[in-house]
Design a protein around this ligand. Sequence first.
Ligand code: SAH
Ligand code: SF4
Length: 343
Amino acid sequence: MKRDIRELSIEDIGKFCEEHSMRRYVSNQVYSWIWNNACSSFSDMSNLSKKNREIFCEHFSINKITEDYHEKSNDGTIKIKFKLFDGNFVEGVLIPQDKRMTACISSQVGCSLSCKFCATGTIGRIRNLTAGEIYDQVVAISDKSKEVYDLPLTNIVFMGMGEPLLNYKNVIRSIHFITSEEGLQMSYKRVTLSTSGIAKMIRRLADDKVKVNLALSLHAASEEIRNEIMPIGDSNSLDDLRDSLKYYFSKTKNKITYEYVLLKDVNDSISEAEKLYKFTKHIPSKVNLIEYNPVEGLGFKKSSQENTDAFVNFLDNKGINVGIRRSRGKDINAACGQLANKK
Ligand code: SAH
Ligand code: SF4
């Protein structure tokens, strides 16, 4: 099988050019076509000679994702199902909110972490996405935003399928091509990476000084409850997570966002709100409470309005910067944690 040219560095492409008696600058042209212009075919690279285009075509592929279908929710949210070159599927979502256009993108086909409340967790991990496939989702959702709403994409969140920190290399590489001059030049301040909490990898993000917003899916600030609903907690204790976030903050000075999905009779009591308050006190942060989107067969319910209000008020009175994220695109299974490749 031919190799995806997007797996190569510019130096590798340069070497290939040399070996095939092409001028060195051809590598820059090709690199710019694939990352600045999201080009999907060598035959479209109009400033390359026909012969050079053919040589590239003989040796490499460009494994673009393609839209399988899309669905529009009655709240305007659009879910796109993407087909990958090997027949796998992932989903991405465009969430319009006034002039704010957010792309919610996937980092893996499925997810290995089996959080008990999440639809993606039920399918297991099939494979990691390549940097190119992650980048392609941004391009496709951005195009959709312009086409349907006549507005450019403003935000990108890694909150689709998969755990981004378990596909670290490709996710970081995709962020490079989404944000840098070598790629789409979107602002890194508009990119949010959401993780279920892998302490070792949060430290690595800090060391690598990756400039994005970090959201931690906390969902419970008592060890027992968290481990019950998020098995990844077994090997990443709350103390360890807190230390890794302190380290992250010390290196990046970036505020942390804690995500907390309110599950009826699981984590929505005032005593749990108090624990959450204590956990978040250590570093500058904000809390996003998330309305739970029920997933059939998983046995969880969303918290009642009464408990939700009491939870919010408790945190608010403590001076925590707290918001509540209403669910979007529920009617088309496009809401958080509902992405599982079913129609
Ligand atoms: N794997 C990463 C990112 C993808 S999940 C993570 O876990 O952070 C994105 C967010 O959706 C996470 O906060 C996740 O806990 C939340 N989520 C999962 N299932 C959900 C559901 N059914 N309803 C609401 N939020 C859900
Ligand atoms: Fe994976 Fe995130 Fe779903 Fe947990 S919530 S199973 S980490 S996608």
